[in-house]
Design a binder for this molecule. Structure first.
Ligand SMILES: [Zn+2]
Length: 64
């Protein structure tokens, strides 16, 4: 069974801002604009400028 997302949250490694998407259409971009989260608890969608994502963001999402 797929783990259920409890919090959809990341930290930007460029500006250190922590951003959280709380609902499906809650698109949040960090202060410097390099990374974003979307999808709320339906799906963990991330936007970042280039791979690997770990260069730009730290995933702080919580799963059940
Ligand atoms: Zn940033």
């Amino acid at each position: 069974m797929k783990k259920k997302l409890q919090r959809n949250i990341i930290r930007c490694k460029h500006c250190n801002e922590i951003i959280e998407s709380k609902s499906l259409y809650d698109y949040k971009r960090c202060g410097c604009g390099k990374v974003a989260v979307d999808g709320g608890l339906e799906y963990a969608k991330r936007s970042f400028p280039s791979f690997p994502a770990e260069d730009h963001l730290e995933d702080l999402s919580e799963y059940e």
